[in-house]
Design a protein around this ligand. Sequence first.
Ligand SMILES: Nc1ncnc2c1ncn2[C@@H]1O[C@H](COP(=O)(O)OP(=O)(O)OP(=O)(O)O)[C@@H](O)[C@H]1O
Length: 691
Amino acid sequence: MLFKTGLIHSTKKLQQTLQEIFYVHQYLKVPELNESMQPNPLYRKVFLYLHSLPSIEDSDFTNLVTGTNQNDIVLCLDANQLIEDHFLGATLYWFNQKTEPNRNNENRTGSFLLKIRKNDKRRILGAYLRHIHDVAGDMESNGKRELRLFVNAGDGEGGVRWRSVPFTHPSTFETIAMGEDLRSKVKSDLELFLRGKKYYRKLGRAWRRSFLLYGPSGTGKSSFVAAMANFLGYDVYDVDLENVRGGDSDLKLLLLETTPKSIVVVEDLDKFVVAATTESSLPAASATGIQMLNIMDGILSACCGEERVMVFTMNSKDGVDPDLLRPGRVDVHIHFPTCDFSSFKELASSHLGVKEHKLFPRVEEILARGVSLSPAEVGELMIANRGSPSRAIKSVIGALRPDGGDGIGRRESADDDCDDVDGGDGCNAVKDFRKLYATMKWETSPMTYTKWYMSRMTHTNGRAQERHTRSGQFRLWQARNVDAAVKAVAVPPARVLTLHGTLVDVFTTDDADPKLLGEVPDGHVGITKYNIKLKWLRSRLQQMPLGSPEDAVVRYARCYIMYLLGGVLLPDKANNTVHVRYLPLLANCDAISTYSWDSAVLCWLYRGMCLVTDYNVEGMSGCHILLMSWIYFRHPFWAPDVMSPYTFPLATRWAGKRGKNDYAEQRLQRHRLKLDTLRVDEVIILVVFIA
Ligand SMILES: Nc1ncnc2c1ncn2[C@@H]1O[C@H](COP(=O)(O)OP(=O)(O)OP(=O)(O)O)[C@@H](O)[C@H]1O
């Protein structure tokens, strides 16, 4: 048997050697990257072509992967596999070569090796390459080309600056509320651009078009970019200027490495350009922002700008030198306003399937007063209430209610008073939305909240806090009685408190201290009989009379601690009430510092994190600030840049700092990519010694 196998093997070898001698094969290589480390477009074409061949099924080893459509299963040639093709009577062999990855498992590039007989080469090679070109071109124009999103997350090591993931954003011009006029203008502009190769040549201009999208956050700028990519069938290169560490030259190299048929996006350009025009010592990224616009009408733009669309997004053009945005640099300016009535109707039609509704006139009337929400906010309210159009529209009306104050004031009052507008369900929807939206904007919202909390609580209640800090009654973080505090969050209320009747009884029937918080919160008792509204606590704290006696200050301190517990340390998902189960723990001021509040906060946060792992759970309870500061400390690449030294509390370092402001889908992709490629040295591990 062994003898037989050996014989077959030797015969095959002999046959191969004879073939080499008599047929004289030649090898042609199509590398993935060219000499200047740019992607080689031919490689992509060959890739598409080979994956369209039926003979891929005969390859010894193929991978099964999900296609662009979730239901498609696609065969994908594995590394170092051979595939056979026939063309005009000749047999050709393609070998899928992959280089070994470097030590970080990165930069694994590949090439296709074509083995062809010398005679055949002279006869068919030209026609064969044209054939590959045509087939791949057809596949691309039929939408079979997989779009990719590139981010400049690479450090340039091994020459790789761009990393990519498949681009699967589902946005189209039809899904964006933008007015029919603008939609058709943009579409015909892009169609003209697609057909404009000869025209641009004739004019002696680079075949490229540049757009400036400006408007407040959440008005659809990033979705518009995604819609453009899907419409044109172009890849997206997302330039993060903060990652362009090598200044101008790095930026130029980055742009040179983009491929034709792509959209190059620079988001939030105003952040860089305005800083650059107002500050004397420019941060590197700001200087790069200006350079980016300068490149637009320079020589480089003609060399690396063929068949490309450049898109810049800004929140506002105010403060940006108009010269930087003049025609030639930026061809088309598109304004993205907050939601007006026609956008609202478009959103209602797409999100709720209603074209007319009896509540529309009310929405129109409120919007006409100049009150507005971003389409993102309106859309989310509609998604959260999609089961009932009336409820959805009511919740939009609730969120739109003006109070004449600033943005934050408006939101707060709408939140607290929404029962008056739309009853229980709508109110929950508004809150759900806010929670959900806050979770989506998780890079910034807890920090904004910290800032708000610090400014409100520290300034308005400094007196109470200071007194109690001095008298040692307020040392929450040094407490050690783990059991009581953990039980307080983990055990159902009835077992911690023996409650009879309503919350009002708790304030009036405790013999030791009949009014723990000083008075019955009349008309402010929360959604359930066991909850106190944070709004009531807040308004009470703001009214503490000057020169109050010691026992009154103690009651105010209790309100303050309850407010801290419900608002910051142990919040539930809704985050607008606090449960009375904590109140008995505050009855004896001397005992407060003996509870292990730190364990309780962690326990409550872990519980919230566990619950939110369920796909259907949208909001999360627990101390988000703690979680965020943990993430920012351990993974500094996620944290906004701060130069200030550490202060206490540590989380306030990031108060008011904005994270990267790209759209949710892109942000998710970026985070996933970053997590996938996370290296040990990018995580800060604190070693704690316990004596
Ligand atoms: N005009 C709109 N029509 C439909 N949906 C919209 C519109 N504007 C925003 N949205 C929705 O809101 C969400 C956020 O939008 P997007 O990220 O595109 O806004 P943006 O203007 O880029 O915000 P930012 O400046 O904060 O990045 C997306 O899910 C998008 O679908």
